[in-house]
Design a protein around this ligand. Structure first.
Ligand SMILES: *Cc1c(COP(=O)(O)O)cnc(C)c1O
Length: 362
């Protein structure tokens, strides 16, 4: 272990995992819980795996304060499959409303439109997806109102939920800010998150859904697309992504150990403040993409004066062991993803490098 070289990891997803989690997985890889097998090699019906999935759910319920009239599911197919499963299960013959604030909500709406009626309650694309909508055009009869809590590519985050019309369920894609701060789950009818941004490896998607929503599932859905059946089976209708569930369980334990989501948020704010302050005090050398009031705590897209400098920034950063800072190909520039597992030290290294780079190239 003495020559262990861990990168400062700013990847957008899959992203950084807590070192302690990786070390625990490593320590019990060959002999999980006295079985003489790895967790990947045991039956998903064994008492050992039952404990893994039940503990993961219990820890998540505690972390987020999930009320007892909600089910928690561990599904496959990524957040992208939820873009389709959600309207298939919850829309029936009605129309659904979508707030479009970036690439992910735009993609979710596009997918929903393939299968039935869906409309835009707002769309901020004309301004370059750099803010939250000033007002919403809401359908009072919508089957649900969908929003994306954090736009991973554009760095736009909601810090308080949009308010749907009375009786319209609120649904949220929280893939990239899942368990990054406390939220009031009771405001939502459903939340979903691909694990690989903040909560674990790819391969598992967490779905939290209020019980009454399950009554909407039509009878004729293929079973792997059917929330009602999947929820009733405790995510064990077929073989679940057992290793990924095991890792998200370790991440939930880690988040509890460091003090729960209030403590996690405090650390996340410290990191984000460091980076935004460096951008704001750079005299225009670094330019943030997002308007201050909508700035994401998780993903920080920013530009440099020229594309050439951006390329140099990325390659110099890499030489300094700062990885994953190139922006998404659709927006260009840089992006620092500072998920839960990125340490304050990592953010300090990044801003140290940013200041040094500006001194040399500004
Ligand atoms: C990454 C991401 C997705 C897509 O997730 P997959 O698990 O790759 O399908 C959807 N929404 C948001 C907000 C994301 O960040």
């Amino acid at each position: 272990m003495s020559n262990l070289k861990r990168a400062y990891n700013f990847n957008a997803g899959p992203g950084a995992l807590p070192l302690e989690v990786l070390q625990q997985a490593q320590a019990e890889l060959l002999d999980f819980s006295g079985t003489g097998m790895s967790v990947m090699e045991i039956s998903h019906r064994s008492k050992e795996f039952e404990s893994v999935i039940q503990t993961a759910e219990a820890d998540l319920r505690e972390l987020l304060g999930i009320p007892s009239n909600y089910k928690v599911m561990f599904l496959q197919g990524g957040a992208t499959l939820q873009f389709a499963m959600l309207p298939m299960n919850l829309r029936a013959t009605g129309s659904a409303d979508y707030i479009v604030t970036g690439t992910w909500s735009k993609t979710a709406l596009k997918e929903a439109k393939k299968l039935g009626a869906a409309r835009e309650a707002a769309n901020t694309e004309a301004e370059g997806f750099n803010s939250l909508p000033a007002k919403l055009d809401l359908d009072p009869k919508a089957a649900y109102l969908h929003f994306t809590a954090n736009e991973t590519i554009h760095g736009v985050e909601y810090f308080s939920e949009p308010t749907p019309p009375d009786g319209v369920p609120l649904v949220c894609d929280t893939s990239s800010d899942f368990i990054s701060r406390p939220i009031d789950v009771s405001k939502y009818a459903m939340l979903y998150a691909g694990a690989q941004k903040n909560a674990g490896p790819s391969g598992v998607t967490v779905v939290i859904i209020r019980d009454d929503m399950l009554e909407r599932t039509p009878a004729n859905l293929p079973v792997m697309l059917d929330y009602k059946t999947l929820a009733a089976s405790g995510s064990l209708h077929n073989t679940p992504p057992s290793f990924a569930i095991y890792i998200v369980g370790l991440v939930f334990k880690w988040a509890k150990k460091i003090g729960g989501l209030a403590a996690v948020e405090k650390i996340n704010r410290t990191k984000a403040d460091l980076v935004y302050k460096t951008i704001d005090e750079s005299g225009g050398f670094y330019r943030g993409h997002t308007k201050p009031e909508a700035r994401s705590l998780m993903n920080i897209p920013f530009r440099l004066p020229t594309e050439e400098l951006e390329n140099t920034f990325a390659s110099d950063a890499k030489k300094n062991n700062l990885i994953g800072l190139k922006g998404h190909r659709s927006v260009g520039g840089m992006r620092a993803s500072i998920y839960n597992a990125v340490t304050v030290e990592g953010a300090q290294e990044l801003v140290r490098f940013m200041k040094e780079f500006q001194t040399k190239n500004g």
